[in-house]
Write a new protein. Sequence first.
Lengths: 111, 116
Amino acid sequence: SQTIHQWPATLVQPVGSPLSLECTVEGTSNPNLYWYRQAAGRGLQLLFYSVGIGQISSEVPQNLSASRPQDRQFILSSKKLLLSDSGFYLCAWTPSSYEQYFGPGTRLTVT
Amino acid sequence: AQSVTQLDSHVSVSEGTPVLLRCNYSSSYSPSLFWYVQHPNKGLQLLLKYTSAATLVKGINGFEAEFKKSETSFHLTKPSAHMSDAAEYFCVVSDLATDSWGKFQFGAGTQVVVTP
């Protein structure tokens, strides 16, 4: 069966520090991968999606970037965090173009 | 363009009574529709999906939803609420005719509170 992992589960970082969040999927190949952010009291915002290695599309211009160095690995990064980057970050994958399956999330607090 | 509206931001029900979460969508073609549940500090879990098969869709944990094209609705119901149903619920639409890579449009969410 397929599983999706995210780490770390929680992270507290000072303003101006770098960020790296990792997402990996097991048990499938060539999935579509997605990064979402969920700010407090708000819905989900799609940040990036990828349909293959090295193929990244950005939905919202911001302080973040994404990379897909391997088929089942998706990384969210920032060179310098802002306070507004705080939130709950969710990675998701889809086996097709129908349902998406979500990881457990990373709670990021920027101080 | 596709969009989804969840008509209630908060719903409060007593344990053992029915639950109704309302969702209306807008889509230019034949949409796929989903309901997800999110417990605090957890990822989203798929409850059920509609992808142009039967209009009455049964999901996990006793939930079901009915696709009504004439009303552009996809309401989620459960006959008897359980304390463990307290969570946030998201209605989602995806339209493969306009987004072949499966872009999701999320509703704003409905917070469900279950009282003993």
